[in-house]
Design a protein around this ligand. Structure first.
Ligand SMILES: Nc1ncnc2c1ncn2[C@@H]1O[C@H](COP(=O)(O)OP(=O)(O)OP(=O)(O)O)[C@@H](O)[C@H]1O
Length: 258
């Protein structure tokens, strides 16, 4: 289970960032008092526009950012006090994963497998499974620098899953992927859910949220504006599709700020 309790994340801005954001203070509240809970056996989606605070939330869950306020508990472990326990149990996919471009996909899997303390036999088995599933087999010995964006994304996914984590945290999982690979990724996430894993994703694409997620949290300006399955969100906003629902919530939040 992931429990996010009153999460607030405030970034300190440098002078250049203040200028870019036309901000008079050196603080940017990226996430504001956000709370939600996600469970095993479900795919929970954070849906929101650019800059809404999705990545900040997922990075905080993944122990990479320290909350300014609030608390996050993953599988019973506090992300700040028990970060290594949390890390062992999660697979985190981010578009900022730095793969060493001189190495091959096969070597990269071995490297990360060892980092997680897996034995050679387990690494071999996981690599075979994941490479077959994501079609990495035919470029497994190439240098990463020779791979396309989509190929790298597939490898990043395989790397994040090498240790068969209980909790899978994917930031914009289908970004940069063609329709066939995107489908392979979403199908895999469904399989993980069927196996009882907890999957949490972020997306700004309505159709991804609608098709993939059991429950959606709509996040705008760092705040959770609505939560539930699609039917519940439509009922809440008195709309007939998710896009309309999103715009209703967006309009309301702009009004609130004015
Ligand atoms: N390191 C940082 N320093 C200062 N501000 C930051 C930093 N990282 C993110 N922000 C700001 O925090 C806000 C939330 O950013 P975040 O990346 O979490 O949003 P997002 O919903 O993931 O957006 P996107 O869909 O564009 O990736 C944005 O206004 C962003 O500019």
């Amino acid at each position: 289970m992931i429990e996010v309790k009153n999460l607030t994340k405030i970034y300190k801005l440098n002078k250049k960032q203040m200028k870019e954001l036309k901000s008079r203070t050196n603080k940017k509240t990226a996430v504001n008092n956000l709370s939600f809970t996600a469970h095993e056996g479900e795919i929970y989606g954070l849906l929101g526009p650019n800059g809404a605070g999705k990545t900040t939330t997922l990075r905080s869950i993944a122990t990479l950012l320290k909350p300014t306020e609030g608390e996050i508990v993953v599988q019973g472990f506090d992300v700040v006090k028990k970060s290594s326990e949390v890390r062992r149990r999660i697979g985190f996919l981010t578009n900022e994963l730095k793969l060493d471009t001189h190495f091959s996909p096969k070597y990269t899997m071995q490297f990360f497998g060892k980092l997680y303390g897996l034995d050679n036999e387990t690494i071999k088995k996981r690599t075979e499974e994941l490479f077959k599933y994501f079609g990495i087999d035919n470029f497994s010995n190439k240098k990463i620098e020779e791979l396309s964006t989509g190929m790298k994304q597939k490898l990043s996914i395989a790397v994040s899953l090498v240790h068969d984590p209980e909790v899978v945290i994917f930031d914009e999982p289908t970004n940069g992927l063609d329709i066939i690979t995107a489908r392979a990724v979403t199908d895999y996430l469904f399989e993980l859910k069927e196996k009882g894993k907890l999957v949490i994703v972020s997306t700004h694409i309505m159709s991804v949220a609608e098709k993939l997620c059991d429950r959606i949290g709509i996040i705008i300006n760092g705040e959770l504006k609505a939560e539930g399955n699609v039917a519940q969100i439509l009922a809440l906003t008195d709309t007939e599709d998710l896009e309309d629902a999103f715009f209703e919530l967006y309009k309301a939040s702009v009004k609130e700020e004015a």
